[in-house]
Design a protein around this ligand. Structure first.
Ligand code: GDP
Ligand code: IMO
Ligand code: MG
Length: 424
């Protein structure tokens, strides 16, 4: 029996998971998404051509891999259909290479309306969700009123109408005037489109692959600091983004987890509201945004930028039992004369901590400053090409995080990836 390797984000999402899954995919027989939904935007760049995946695993651009949308995912049938059609227009065969879990939950058109209404009601306390209906779909799942992919095989329409009518009553009670006229028909057509894929009992399918000696990579969405239990609650998403989510989302036992790849940027970003201790409101932050093209892949929103936060990274590593680290977007810091590393927080009530406190509202980061490398990394192709100051930065992070950094990424393209010897 083989084990599932897991790759997940350690910050607030958008670490570069899509790029790295695409790079690692040839080492695997299958890639599976285990949580989240189309709130994700995973960007792959191949020969200068960009592709953004939202629900489909990032192994899809490779030829030999099976791709699985797992039970822990929530699916918007319209967005899935659009994603498939775009890929097929680009010559990628999706239909025979994508399996969908029967136990994955469906995002209904009314879930999107409820997401928007919930945000409006929260006013200044709004989360800044992606507006994709994620929270309401997961709410229905735990309320035990959700519709699942497997339901399309049965008396689907009646069940759908019951769920929809319940949502409509709720929206009206919230003072909304819900209008489904443009949304319902395309959604029902997209549900029909979904029938072309093989629906699987993901837990049986995945364990069957492992018993057959197949290698499987589980792809996380969002990031550990957006985890519903351990993230900066309530400014989080509604799923389990840490490694445990791969077990529940795919139906794999904890003892069958292999390597856990934790991925982070050489700095840090966050999109949407919520605390972000190392956020920069100055020109350095704007430079990071400009050089890193830090705008949401899904919503186009500006991402907030700041220095790397080792308190949060150590916490995320602990939560998921990360065995290997992957550092992304190193090149974005190429022109910074000085780089700051947050290793502890000063607490609002006095004192300091290097461990994640209950709340990170109003903590102040304590920084170590290190010299930048002032070298263009984007053309580096091997470890020999990496400047000394950059290697020192990597070594400092390895020492403070106590996990080897196996891969460094120096640009968005598949090729701009350096696997470090003795670490990989
Ligand atoms: P994901 O959600 O974790 O897959 O990440 P996103 O795709 O939302 O955001 C990462 C962005 O950074 C994308 O635009 C990638 O093309 C880009 N990217 C990934 N790795 C690198 C890198 O090493 N350097 C640079 N400059 N950009 C990168
Ligand atoms: P990937 O997989 C960055 C954020 C939203 C918001 C909060 C809740 O591309 O890294 P939701 O729509 O999930 O209810 O929004 O979570 N968020 C993300 N931020 N990357 C993502 O995905 C995100 N998915 C959700 O901005 O703050
Ligand atoms: Mg993203």
């Amino acid at each position: 029996m083989t084990k599932v390797d897991v790759l997940l984000g350690l910050q607030w999402g958008d670490e570069g998971k899509g790029k790295v899954v695409d790079v690692l995919a040839p080492h695997y027989d299958a890639v599976a998404r285990f949580q989240g939904g189309p709130n994700a935007g995973h960007t792959l760049v191949v020969d200068g051509k960009k592709c953004v995946l939202r629900s489909i695993p990032s192994g899809i651009l490779r030829q030999g891999q099976m791709n699985i949308v797992g039970s822990g995912v929530v699916i918007d049938a319209v967005l899935l259909m659009e994603e498939v059609q775009q890929l097929e227009r680009d010559g990628i065969n999706v239909t025979s290479r994508l399996k969908i879990a029967r136990k994955a939950h469906l995002i209904l058109p009314t879930h999107r309306l409820l997401d928007a209404a919930g945000e409006r009601l929260k006013g200044s306390q709004r989360i800044g969700t992606t507006g994709k209906g994620i929270g309401p779909a997961y709410t229905d799942k735990v309320r035990r009123t959700g519709l699942r992919v497997g339901d399309v095989e049965g008396d689907f329409l009646a069940r759908y109408e019951r769920a929809r009518d319940g949502h409509m009553r709720l929206l009206q009670a919230l003072g909304e005037r819900p209008d489904l006229s443009q949304l319902e028909q395309p959604w029902l057509e997209a549900i029909d489109f979904m029938r072309r894929f093989e629906l699987v009992d993901c837990e049986n399918y995945v364990n069957g692959l492992l018993r057959g000696g197949k290698r499987l990579l589980a792809e996380g969405a969002q990031g550990s600091m957006l985890d519903v239990d351990y993230g900066s609650y309530p400014f989080v998403t509604s799923s389990t983004t840490v490694c445990a989510g791969a077990c529940t989302g795919l139906g794999v036992a904890p003892s069958n987890i292999g390597e856990v790849y934790g991925i982070f940027k050489a700095y840090c970003t966050r999109v949407g509201a919520g605390p972000f201790p190392t956020e920069l409101h100055d020109e350095v932050g704007s430079e990071m945004r400009r050089l890193g093209h830090e705008y949401g892949a899904v919503t186009g929103r500006e991402r907030r930028c700041g220095w790397i936060d080792l308190v949060a990274l150590r916490y995320a590593i602990q939560l998921s039992g990360v065995t290997k680290l992957i550092m992304m977007k190193s090149d974005v810091l190429d022109a910074m004369p000085t780089i700051k590393v947050c290793d502890a927080y000063r607490l609002p009530g006095g004192g300091t901590t290097s461990q994640m406190p209950y709340s990170i509202d109003n903590v102040t980061p304590i920084y170590t400053e290190v010299p930048g490398w002032l070298t263009d990394l984007t053309h580096a192709t091997s470890e020999q090409d990496l400047p000394e100051a950059f290697v020192s930065y990597v070594s400092l992070l390895e020492e403070r995080l106590d996990v080897p950094i196996a891969i460094v990424s120096v640009g968005p393209d598949r090729e701009q990836t350096i696997v470090r010897k003795n670490r990989g």
